[in-house]
Design a protein around this ligand. Sequence first.
Ligand code: NAD
Length: 329
Amino acid sequence: MDRRLALVCGAGGFIGSHLVKRLKREGFWVRGVDLKYPEFSETEADDFIIGDLRDPYLCRDVVDRSFHEIYQLAADMGGAGFIFTGENDAEIMHNSATINLNILEAAYRRNCRRIFYSSSACIYPAYNQEDPDNPICVESSAYPAAPDSEYGWEKLFSERLYLSYQRNRGITVRIARYHNIFGPEGTYVGGREKAPAALCRKVAAAPPDGEIEIWGDGHQTRSFLYIDECIEGTIRLMRSDFTGPVNIGSEEMVTIGQLAKMIMQIAGKQLRIRYVPGPTGVRGRNSDNRLIREKLGWAPSQPLIAGLQITYDWINQRVGWKSNQLAYA
Ligand code: NAD
């Protein structure tokens, strides 16, 4: 049988680099493409193209054969500090939409059979996420649309773009709405990091009697999914006969204050928490996994604390207070 071929767009990013590793373990020949190589470990891709997917000619060169599986993860994105300030809206809308238009057209022209698109929980209407104890994120609640960021609007536009190519041009698409993915080798500093990584960094770097800052009042709720679970859900969706869009997330909802306490418990530190104003996004968000359970029989296999432990250890090795002390001793 011919060797299976996969293309991962955004292979230098957090989820993309983990996905490449998984596809390599499965025996695929993998091409990665990104503006940059993965930050924290060498890529395992057989071929890695450094290039800008906003360029349609680059996309045509990248999709130079009939890949069995294409995963489109490239996007201009970041944590709350990047998405919710409003300062990066034009960049986010233009860059991500252009990437999706280009890569989908290139895949169609090369007769690729199957393409996965990573959408986001950020597409859900803000009006359903005002009560932190009872956010509504069931797939069917996406419309009437009212995402709270331009990042969410672009994702919604691109979901429709992919679905229209499936409808009119016969290309098979699979769409997941990811909910807060975290784990080792994810950004933990610089403004694009998400809450679990940012809190792990703050707790790790603080002296044992220190203090950490949290944006907002700590009562906003979220759920977080460990990277290995995300990859498993993604692969299962890709190879299923279900199009989606479908949530890939965890239903273990916690407040940001509780998340900070879990991380302190892992670290064995009792730190003071100072709540400061900052961009926080919606008041509440949680994955609703009924549809994915029904269609794919999938749910996360581990509790939040298990993934947090691994992530904390990884970040602590880099910025931990003790290791700082040793480094400066
Ligand atoms: P990431 O930022 O680590 O990865 C995205 C990658 O896309 C980056 O490496 C970036 O360099 C690359 N990229 C951006 N513009 C590009 C361009 N013009 N040409 C080529 N490459 C370009 O993000 P991630 O966490 O790995 O997320 C992957 C996908 O999943 C994104 O589409 C994101 O919107 C979506 N998603 C992620 C989460 C999450 O919690 N991580 C949640 C919801 C949705």
